[in-house]
Design a protein around this ligand. Structure first.
Ligand SMILES: CC(C)(COP(=O)(O)OP(=O)(O)OC[C@H]1O[C@@H](n2cnc3c(N)ncnc32)[C@H](O)[C@@H]1OP(=O)(O)O)[C@@H](O)C(=O)NCCC(=O)NCCS
Length: 186
């Protein structure tokens, strides 16, 4: 299904567009973000890294690949992308089904990414009707772990996955529909 726009208290999650490339380039070309990510991401980040990435993603989506790719936009702001969440409902690789990053000036404002992930979990379970999906992070990535802990992920175990900062020990988590719906009723 086409990626719908989602909303949280402070954010709009808008489907990725070619016009987002300059803002993504500006915010994502940052070692403090990329060091936490898998070595699949190029580093040093090329000058056309975001443009290439956005085009490739949009081409895959047009070709029918199931990828939900949102940019995060502050409500009441200038509409610029300040982060990203992507979700591949049927992917089965070690990286899991979801990835996210937020522009550094917005880190630690409490709940920003937690809010976005909550909306994506609702989409996964209430709209797509998935039973479960998997997510992962470098074992040293405490902020990412906290977001998972706060959004219903259950720790499965450690896996090996290369990250830019040299960390290969990674945590694998499962997010289950039953548990998520139970939390929503609490
Ligand atoms: C991970 C990331 C998206 C978190 O965004 P955020 O909006 O700051 O997240 P939230 O505010 O919703 O929650 C972050 C939690 O981690 C905690 N945290 C943040 N930095 C931390 C650190 N260095 N050590 C320990 N905890 C940390 C925060 O205190 C908060 O927990 P709390 O609510 O219990 O206080 C952001 O740090 C980021 O983009 N990092 C780089 C990219 C990345 O790591 N992506 C994920 C790859 S798996």
């Amino acid at each position: 299904m086409p990626t719908p726009q989602l909303e949280t208290e402070r954010l709009i999650l808008r489907p990725l567009a070619m016009s987002d490339a300059p803002a993504i380039q500006r915010h994502f070309d940052n070692w403090n973000i990329i060091r936490h990510l898998s070595t699949v991401v190029p580093w040093p980040y090329p000058a056309d890294g975001a443009e290439t990435f956005v085009r490739t993603q949009l081409d895959k989506i047009s070709a029918g690949e199931e990828i939900n790719h949102w940019v995060l936009v502050l409500k009441g702001g200038d509409g610029e992308a300040i982060g990203n969440v992507h979700f591949r409902p049927r992917a089965s690789g070690a990286k899991g089904n979801r990835g996210f990053w937020l522009a550094e000036p917005y880190w630690g404002r409490g709940l920003m990414m937690t809010e976005a992930v909550t909306a994506v979990n609702d989409f996964a379970f209430l709209t797509l009707g998935l039973d479960h999906f998997y997510v992962s992070n470098a074992a040293t990535n405490e902020a990412s772990r906290r977001v998972k802990q706060k959004t219903g992920a259950e720790f499965v175990g450690f896996i090996e996955l290369a990250h830019h900062d040299g960390q290969t020990k990674s945590e694998k988590w499962i997010v289950r529909r039953e548990a998520w719906l139970g939390r929503r009723l609490d």
